[in-house]
Design a protein around this ligand. Structure first.
Ligand code: WTA
Length: 656
């Protein structure tokens, strides 16, 4: 398993700066002092199940109240047992009686300058219409609806419509290839596909329907496909009779009334595929009431919700961040949340700041990889705009290096906005560790403290808690409502990945350490997962994609540090029936794009005569990581065959 690098350790050991919230911020905050946080945390820790049960009663609407807060038969948790609720009801209907009815729920900014604002009332109507479209297509409770769409309001509408009728959505990021869609559709046995004729990105069109057509050739479970007109005449699409329908035509025929169905608390809400250290991506499964409560409360705590705030999370709904902090969290809290289609540098590199100024955004939640790009693009893009509406900033997806943190703090936050560095995962459903911005002084690079009701520990390989400032595995000692309920269709893998290493604990898969102030510092993954621009990819996935090319005999993929992306993908391949050359390198890149998608295209490809292996035959990944990072002097001419056997012999004892 990968150890934290020396660079990571150095960062932790040397960072001494502490930034308490301003008095003004703390005074108005929901939780406004360290003591208030400690009190809440201690109360939750004494009896987490009762703590969450009390919140669930107060914060969610129940058709039928639950009987038991938590049934825990490791590794299976059932929260709010016996209750019936509906996530779409909690996101929409509960806001329709009071003053929020006409409040903007969703402000959409589409790439070619398209705009649309939906109030809670309007969003409710759209969701009801589309829920009826799904019902008319024969979608029933428990059916899986696959969603491959651009960042348009209809994507959020479709997710909420599924929730309304008890269908399970599986959103697939619109950058994935047809192969990746087919894999996910088959694994989930999706019944219906939702897509668009295309999407916009940097002035170009993503041919989404074309990609879906290829995917559906290989996904026999999908019977119907609904296509949104997004780009219109610009993109020709073919519609297959009896399978493909236009979104607007179906919606025009649908009834506007669709009461939310009372659903058992543990009704599956969605599947979201993410990379693990082995094999195909796993379908992380979340259920209704617990996830809903966790998304809502973490949103309110971490982003210090105020009724009048404009909260902008810049993620894509194809990832968990978009699920929890564009769709479900803000909506159940009755917030106004923009949604943005396109890239941060289109039409210009000040796109984000233009939107912050235009919508007077108060809370901005983005990724360190974006922040690093902004720094590179230059301060003048920022300085052109009035960012004085901002009061709070957040980051997610990977650790943020202290320099980027300081830039975000000064340049974007004007030195007055607390920064919440939020640690969590697809599996956790919502934020687990983060400063509560009015209560906890921040340290650049630390996600600080666990949220109330979250019980992390750092342990060694025997499961013993380690001393402060020692690295170890990050685990959770108690289930929380937003915890994944399983890996879709693979109970064995669920047990193996998360529950087999440290008895009684959820294994997060990250290394971490806690300093003497009780602050947590995430040190990177303990498995072969790499984090490219905040996106999880498994090295095995990239390797399998390459090995499926007829000229590749063996492939090893590793992450190497990259200034912008955090990590870049470096691969080493041995060939069969081919000679190394640039054309082949390009062909392999194209192949990875076709098999997985643009995000899996290797940054460097090196050809090797053999891959370095230990005596027991394992690929020496640590050696390859060092070579990829340029720490190990090998021939710089990457077009020649490299023979690692000498280096391998030197390292063999160390790695095996
Ligand atoms: C990493 C994204 C350091 C971590 C919400 C985790 C982070 C994985 C942070 C989950 C952070 C996420 N600091 N590392 N603030 N946030 N990570 O499932 O390795 O896409 O296990 O969820 O990203 O990625 P995922």
């Amino acid at each position: 398993m990968a150890e934290p690098s020396q660079g990571q350790l150095d960062t932790v050991m040397q960072e001494r700066r502490v930034f308490p919230p301003s008095e003004e911020f703390a005074q108005r905050a929901r939780i406004g002092s360290p003591a208030a946080y400690e009190e809440l945390y201690a109360r939750a820790k004494t009896d987490p199940a009762s703590f969450w049960a009390e919140l669930a009663r107060a914060e969610l609407h129940w058709f039928e109240p639950f009987r038991t807060a938590l049934e825990w038969k490791e590794p299976f948790a059932r929260w709010f047992v016996g209750g019936t609720t509906n996530v779409s009801y909690n996101c929409l209907d509960i806001h329709l009686e009071g003053p929020r009815r006409n409040k903007a729920a969703l402000i959409w900014e589409g790439e070619p300058g398209d705009q649309r604002t939906l109030t809670y009332q309007q969003l409710h109507r759209e969701v009801c219409l589309f829920a009826n479209v799904l019902k008319n297509l024969g979608v029933k409770r428990g059916d899986v609806v696959s969603i491959y769409m651009p960042m348009v309001p209809e994507l959020a509408i479709a997710m909420l419509a599924c929730a309304r009728i008890g269908a399970i959505h599986s959103v697939i990021f619109a950058g994935f290839s047809s192969e990746a869609i087919a894999d996910r559709n088959n694994d989930a046995q999706a019944k219906v596909q939702l897509t668009a004729d295309g999407g916009w990105r940097r002035g170009k069109i993503l041919p989404l329907k074309e990609t879906v057509d290829a995917a559906l050739e290989k996904s026999p479970s999908v019977q119907k496909c609904v296509v949104l007109r997004r780009v219109g005449d610009v993109q020709e699409v073919s519609m297959r009779e009896g399978r493909d329908y236009w979104w607007d035509e179906l919606t025009a025929q649908a009834e506007a009334e669709c009461p939310a169905e009372p659903l058992d608390s543990e009704t599956p809400l969605f599947i979201l595929y993410t990379s693990g250290s082995t094999g195909k991506p796993k379908g992380i499964m979340h259920t209704s009431a617990g996830y809903n409560l966790f998304a809502k409360k973490t949103f309110e705590w971490v982003f210090d919700r105020r009724e009048e705030d404009v909260f902008w999370c810049t993620a894509d709904c194809g990832w968990i961040t978009g699920h929890s902090y564009i769709v479900y969290g803000p909506r159940s809290a009755g917030a106004t949340a923009p949604m943005h289609e396109g890239a941060p540098n289109w039409p210009a590199e000040d796109r984000f700041w233009e939107l912050v100024e235009k919508h007077r955004v108060n809370v901005l939640y983005t990724a360190p990889t974006a922040i690093r790009a902004f720094i590179k693009w230059g301060d003048h893009h920022v300085e052109k705009h009035d960012l004085s509406s901002l009061r709070l900033l957040g980051t997610v997806g990977e650790g943020i290096n202290p320099e980027a943190w300081m830039w975000y703090h000064h340049k974007i936050g004007g030195g007055r906005c607390p920064i919440v560095d939020t640690w969590w995962q697809t599996e956790t459903g919502g934020i687990m560790m983060s400063p509560l911005p009015g209560a906890i002084p921040t340290k650049p690079g630390s996600c600080t403290k666990p949220l109330p009701g979250v019980l992390p520990r750092i342990v060694d390989e025997e499961g013993r808690e380690v001393d402060p400032n020692h690295g170890g595995w990050l685990v959770m000692a108690h289930p929380w409502p937003g915890m994944l309920r399983g890996i879709w269709g693979d109970e064995e893998r669920f047990r193996e990945v998360y529950w087999s290493k440290v008895p009684g604990h959820y294994l997060a898969g990250d290394n971490a350490r806690r300093d003497s102030d009780g602050y947590y510092w995430i040190m990177g993954r303990i498995d072969d997962v790499i984090n490219v621009s905040g996106h999880r990819l498994s090295t095995i996935e990239v390797e399998s994609a390459l090995v499926s090319h007829p000229n590749v005999a063996e492939a090893a993929a590793v992450g190497r540090p990259d200034e912008l992306k955090g990590q870049a993908i470096s691969v080493f391949v041995t060939l069969r029936n081919a000679e190394p050359n640039d054309a082949l390198r390009d062909a392999l890149r194209a192949h990875a794009r076709q098999e997985i998608g643009a995000l899996a295209v290797p940054d460097d490809i090196r050809f090797a005569a053999v891959l370095p292996k230990t005596r027991s035959g394992k690929i020496m990944r640590r050696l390859l990581r060092d070579i990829a990072a340029g720490k190990e002097a090998v021939g710089q001419d990457t077009t020649t065959l490299e023979d690692f056997s000498v280096l391998a012999a030197l390292r063999s004892d160390e790695e095996s």
